[in-house]
Design a protein around this ligand. Structure first.
Ligand SMILES: Nc1ncnc2c1ncn2[C@@H]1O[C@H](COP(=O)(O)OP(=O)(O)O)[C@@H](O)[C@H]1O
Ligand SMILES: [Mg+2]
Length: 266
């Protein structure tokens, strides 16, 4: 059985808006996978469903199953999911702005306690030396990059086994993203983490992830290794902005290419 198995996941908001219609994918332990897709494709909804933080927005899983390391996590509340080691770094509201950096790490409800918890806090400061310097600074005064590091740090203190990261690079300068990605690589080794990250930037996703799932309108349009996806011209056109056809949906580009090939043969 796969480490993470998402099968035929359907999610609706307010019993009306269907955000996911049959999303399926699997992950092996130790893997880094990216979820790619345009705005509104269902990336955040997928992570919310996995983490249990879905009821907050009046959304629910209407069909499908989430299996994690032999456990059924479908429709479990966030605290139970976190206790299993599935930890979310959300898109927004990542830190408590009125608390200091250190207090932010202290208020986290972690499945680790005692020595293990202190070790994890130390690890955060070792791997993000900037946070160690800013230990007493109010989180609301941090830069975007520092805030993202603190959000990751708070997640690390939870002793994650599967780390879910929503929009790692959003609003950050490329050089800062680069730095965070490097830190994250090292921490991943330290803790043998499995990481599922959501990205709008395919360039960032492919630099970090072994494989990716491309979502379109709440469905999986494509799955593959980063290598295979990067060399797929339809993916390049749709997500990397490197093609000549401008940014279009993956399906539109793949369909256009298929038609062109047909005509070429005729
Ligand atoms: N709180 C919400 N209430 C109603 N609909 C929502 C809410 N959040 C997201 N949606 C809808 O669900 C779909 C998927 O959104 P989302 O998962 O946020 O996409 P992404 O993260 O890929 O941009 C969109 O159509 C969006 O409008
Ligand atoms: Mg989102």
């Amino acid at each position: 059985m796969a480490f993470l198995e998402v099968k035929d996941l359907h999610v609706s908001y307010q019993r009306a808006i269907t955000a996911l219609t049959g999303v399926s994918f699997t992950m092996e332990e130790g893997q880094i996978m990216a979820i790619l897709g345009a705005n509104g494709a269902g990336k955040t909804t997928t992570l919310r469903a996995l983490s249990g933080f879905i009821g907050l927005d009046n959304a629910r899983v209407t069909k499908g199953r989430i299996g994690f390391d032999g456990q059924d996590l479908t429709r479990r509340p966030p605290y139970e999911v976190t206790r299993q080691g599935v930890v979310l770094v959300p898109e927004r509201d990542k830190v408590f702005p009125n608390l200091s950096v250190h207090e932010n790490l202290e208020v986290v409800t972690s499945r680790a306690s005692g020595t293990r918890r202190s070790e994890l806090t130390d690890l955060v400061y070792t791997r993000f030396p900037r946070l160690a310097q800013l230990r007493k600074r109010e989180a609301g005064l941090l830069s975007g990059g520092e805030r993202q590091m603190l959000a990751l740090g708070s997640a690390i203190v939870c002793a994650p086994r599967l780390l879910l990261i929503d929009e790692l690079s959003l609003g950050l300068a490329p050089v800062i993203v680069e730095e965070i990605v490097e830190h994250l690589r090292v921490i991943r080794q330290d803790l043998s983490l499995t990481i599922l990250l959501v990205e709008q930037s395919a360039a960032v996703a492919f630099r970090l992830a072994d494989s990716a799932v491309v979502l379109e309108h709440g469905e999986v349009a494509l799955t593959g290794t980063s290598e295979a996806l990067q060399s797929d011209s339809a993916v390049q056109n749709a997500y990397l902005g490197t093609g000549t056809e401008g940014r279009r949906s993956y399906r539109a580009v793949a369909e256009a290419r298929r038609l062109a090939e047909q005509e070429g043969r005729a």
